[in-house]
Design a protein around this ligand. Structure first.
Ligand SMILES: Cc1cc2nc3c(=O)[nH]c(=O)nc-3n(C[C@H](O)[C@H](O)[C@H](O)COP(=O)(O)OP(=O)(O)OC[C@H]3O[C@@H](n4cnc5c(N)ncnc54)[C@H](O)[C@@H]3O)c2cc1C
Length: 179
């Protein structure tokens, strides 16, 4: 995966050759395995898009309901899969236990929305910039911070895990009777 921060929107709408050209220019001096990866772009299948979030005022209208990324995409930051499964569990559980569909859909949103919101809010622009440094100094700083954090996280394993656990992992799953 090649990721970079850009202030320009709409790059995902360019044709394949232009997207490959942008990747080649952006990562031309990245070193390490970059030349091999860029060379392979010539005839490799390519998926190129902007990272974004989906924020909707409500997740259902009538009997139509959204779930997972379609309702609350957080971006590829380690919460989307868990939250989609949590949402599916709650949606099925509420549909199976409430008296009618509108009540079930309202309850589903009431239960899942706080976690989805928290997962979205925890994606900070500063963290995204730190993950995608734009200068040599930025790369050095990132490596220095990771060099300190990695061994500490090994030693303090459980504690660091608890502090950095994504919001989806902190969700207390409601129990529903088997259908
Ligand atoms: C590069 C990247 C890295 C990621 N890394 C992580 C990670 O490390 N951890 C994590 O938790 N999440 C990660 N995510 C996010 C995660 O992949 C999504 O949040 C998750 O897949 C959402 O599940 P979903 O079922 O809502 O949507 P999707 O997985 O997108 O499923 C939707 C499905 O609907 C199909 N579809 C679309 N339109 C139609 C149609 N008209 N008819 C029929 N089918 C249709 C699509 O083909 C797709 O299979 C990452 C995402 C990306 C892009």
């Amino acid at each position: 995966m090649l990721a970079f921060v850009s202030d320009v929107r709409g790059l995902g709408e360019l044709d394949r050759d232009d997207q490959v050209l942008i990747l080649r220019r952006t990562f031309a001096d990245a070193g390490w395995e970059a030349p091999r990866v860029l060379a392979a772009l010539e005839d490799a299948p390519l998926y190129f898009d902007a990272v974004g979030q989906v924020r909707l005022d409500r997740w259902s209208a009538g009997r139509t309901v959204l779930l997972g990324d379609a309702a609350w995409a957080t971006g590829p930051f380690g919460t989307g899969t868990s939250l989609a499964l949590v949402g599916a569990h709650v949606l099925a559980g509420e549909l199976g236990t409430q008296a009618d569909v509108p009540t079930a859909l309202a309850r589903y949103e009431e239960i899942v929305r706080p976690s989805a919101q928290r997962a979205q809010d925890e994606v900070k622009p500063l963290a995204i910039r730190a993950m995608n440094p734009r200068s040599t100094a930025g790369v050095k700083l990132q490596r220095a911070v990771l060099g300190v954090a990695a061994p500490v996280s090994g030693k303090l394993g459980g504690l660091v895990g608890r502090l950095t656990r994504p919001p989806a992992d902190r969700f207390a799953l409601p129990e529903y009777p088997a259908a």
